[in-house]
Design a protein around this ligand. Structure first.
Ligand SMILES: [Zn+2]
Length: 299
C-alpha cells in the first residue's frame, strides 16, 4: 500500500487573501503556473493519486487565523476536509487543523474532529506564531494522547510572512519526551534543520519524519536528498521515514507519479557509490512509501 501522509486540498474561492498571496509568491519564486497550485480540489488529487499508484492520502486542515484572515473559519476548514473524506472514504484520511493557543476551544474542536468527523490526527502549524512545547498546550496534548491520534507538526522552512524560529525540530523534542504515547510526524524532515530533525527522531521512539516538500531538493540537488535520506535511515531506522508530498505545492516541479517513481528507482549517487554506500532495497522503499504509515496510522 502506498500512502502520502502530507497533502492539502483547497479551492480558490475560500482561500484567504493572505494565503493566496503566499501561493502566488511561491509560484513566482519557483517560476511555475499558478493554476497548478490554486486549483487543488479532491477530484484532481484522487486522479493524480491514481496516476501515481497512491492508495491513501492524509489531508491536513489548516488553522492559520492567528496570523492570516480567513474567508472560512478554521472549523469550516475542518468541515471542508470532512466533506472531501466523505466523498472518497477509501482514499482520503483527515487530520484536523487546530491552533493549540485556542485553549479549551482547541480541545473541543479536537474532540469534534476525531469523534464526530472521524479524523485520525491533528496538524500543528507553529509558523503562525507559537512554540509547540509551550506548557499551556499540555492539556491539549493530554487529550490528543487520550484519543490516541497522531500529531503532524510543521518543521523547517515556511513561506514568506510566516515565522521561522518556531519551526525548529528541537521544540518537538520536549513534547515527544513529555508525551511518549503520542506519535509525532515532523514535516519536511525539518529542512533546513535536517540534522536536528534526525537527532530528535533518533532519540524519541515516537517521532517520525516525512519527506514532503522536498521535491525541489530531490530534483535539483539529488545528492543532498539521498544523503539526508541515507543519514535518516542509518540514524533513526528506516521505519521512521514516511512518504509525503505537500501536494499541490510542488507538482509543477515533480508530479506525485514522478516523486513515487523517483523513490522506487532511486540510485546511490556516484560519489557515494564510490564510498561503498549501499542502495535502498525494494523492501526499504516500500516501507518509506507506505508500510511505515500503515502501521503508524493503524490502517
Ligand atoms: Zn504542508
Amino acid at each position: 500500500m502506498i500512502i502520502d501522509v502530507h497533502c492539502h486540498v483547497w479551492e480558490e474561492q475560500y482561500l484567504s487573501e493572505d494565503l493566496r498571496a503566499i501561493l502566488v509568491g511561491i509560484a513566482k519564486r519557483l517560476n511555475f503556473d499558478l493554476s497548478l497550485i490554486l486549483d487543488a480540489g479532491p477530484e484532481r488529487l484522487v486522479s493524480e493519486m491514481d496516476d501515481a499508484g497512491i492508495d491513501k492520502t492524509v489531508i491536513l486542515g489548516l488553522d492559520y487565523e492567528y496570523l492570516f484572515k480567513g474567508k472560512v473559519s478554521y472549523k469550516e476548514y475542518n468541515n471542508k476536509v470532512a466533506g472531501y473524506i466523505n466523498e472518497y472514504p477509501d482514499r482520503l484520511i483527515g487530520f484536523a487543523g487546530i491552533d493549540p493557543r485556542r485553549g479549551k476551544e482547541a480541545i473541543a474542536e479536537l474532540e469534534r474532529c476525531i469523534e464526530e468527523l472521524g479524523f485520525k490526527g491533528v496538524k500543528l502549524w507553529p509558523l503562525t506564531g507559537f512554540y509547540p512545547d509551550d506548557v499551556q498546550f499540555y492539556p491539549f496534548y493530554e487529550r490528543v494522547e487520550d484519543l490516541g491520534v497522531t500529531i503532524l507538526c510543521h518543521t523547517g522552512l515556511g513561506p514568506t510572512k510566516t515565522y521561522l524560529k518556531y519551526n525548529r525540530p528541537m521544540y518537538v523534542d520536549t513534547v515527544a519526551v513529555d508525551f511518549p504515547n503520542i506519535n509525532i510526524i515532523m514535516a519536511h524532515m525539518g529542512d533546513p534543520w535536517v540534522n536536528e530533525a534526525i537527532a530528535v527522531a533518533r532519540k524519541n521512539p515516537n517521532v517520525y519524519l516525512d519527506i514532503s516538500g522536498l521535491e525541489p531538493v530531490f530534483k535539483n540537488t539529488p545528492l543532498v536528498f539521498f544523503q539526508n535520506l541515507f543519514e535518516a535511515k542509518m540514524s533513526c531506522g528506516i521505519q521512521k521515514i514516511l512518504f509525503g508530498s505537500d501536494w499541490p505545492l510542488f507538482t509543477p516541479i515533480l508530479s506525485l507519479q514522478e516523486y513515487i517513481e523517483g523513490i522506487k528507482k532511486m540510485k546511490v549517487p556516484p560519489p557515494m557509490k564510490l564510498m561503498g554506500i549501499p542502495e535502498f532495497t525494494a523492501e526499504e522503499s516500500n516501507k518509506i512509501l507506505g508500510e511505515n504509515a500503515t502501521k503508524l496510522l493503524g490502517l
